[in-house]
Design a protein around this ligand. Structure first.
Ligand code: PXL
Length: 266
């Protein structure tokens, strides 16, 4: 058996818990060989973004082109794309290179700490150029709220929002309800047929950073291995829950720092 290959097109997080660093750690833990195309560089610690610098769209296209032309890429994931021109560059590359495998689009808009990561005028480019190429969109409640222009804050609103996003963009939608109040982290998949629920007990007391990146990377790894969408999501949800519950912790100059532990242990 050859090791499956996946490509992440995302930003670099200097604290290494999110972005391409989280994606690569996740791919490695799940026995998938990860390739990267860096879209921007973020200087941050968990919870505070200090500076973001976008990579030139031509450079993004070059990174994608060389790897797509040389490796047998089984699945692609996109994460933080930073600005409109970069989203267009990524969408055009996927079309021009005729990539036919699954494309997981994590529509990153803000960091967990609330800092903006995407330029506001970039949402239109997401909707018009990239979402139509997606196999799966993985918005959290904040992202769904921004995409729909209304608050999505409870289970009923999630049902309506997921269906609407699926119909609008003709892609399966995994709406992540992790930020809902409750004892479980509930996600809903709007794919072919009925809505499927994924639920795990909410892990308390961990300052999480990079859970969305890790989750979508783990789904991408599953798809690269040939799993169905439902199985890939179920296993990815277990993986991300384990990364949170086995978290690392250090006490640094500015207080405690938590980080997901990206390993599989089984
Ligand atoms: O978690 C969202 C995210 C995605 N990508 C990069 C990030 C962050 C959050 O800080 O830095 C590169």
């Amino acid at each position: 058996m050859h090791t499956p290959v996946a490509l992440t097109i995302a930003g670099s997080d200097s604290s290494a818990g999110a972005g391409i660093q989280a994606d690569l750690k996740t791919f490695s833990a799940l026995d998938v060989y990860g390739l990267t195309a860096v879209t921007c560089i973020v200087a941050e610690t968990p919870g505070k973004v200090a500076r973001i610098e976008p990579v030139n769209p031509e450079m993004i296209r070059a990174q994608i082109e060389v790897v797509v032309k040389s490796f047998p890429i089984a699945a692609i994931k996109t994460g933080l794309l930073c600005r409109r021109a970069n989203i267009s560059a990524v969408a055009r590359s996927i079309v021009d290179l005729r990539f036919r495998g699954p494309v997981v689009v994590d529509p990153v808009i803000t960091a967990t700490g609330g800092d903006p990561l995407l330029e506001p005028d970039a949402i239109r480019a997401y909707e018009q150029e990239l979402f139509p190429l997606a196999t799966l969109l993985t918005p959290n409640l904040d992202e769904a709220s921004q995409l729909l222009g209304r608050k999505v804050a409870d289970r009923e609103a999630m049902e309506r929002a997921g269906q609407e996003l699926k119909d609008k963009f003709k892609a399966a939608v995994l709406l992540k309800g992790g930020h809902l109040k409750g004892d479980n982290a509930l996600d809903l998949l709007f794919g072919d047929g009925r809505v499927i629920e994924f639920s795990t007990p909410f892990v308390r007391g961990v300052a999480t950073h990079g859970t969305g990146c890790t989750y979508s990377a783990a789904i991408t790894a599953g798809l690269a291995k040939g799993a169905t969408l439902t199985d890939a999501i179920a296993r990815a949800k277990e993986f991300v829950t384990k990364c949170i519950s086995t978290r690392l912790r250090w006490s640094g100059a500015a207080g405690n720092i938590d980080a997901l532990r990206h390993s599989r242990d089984d």
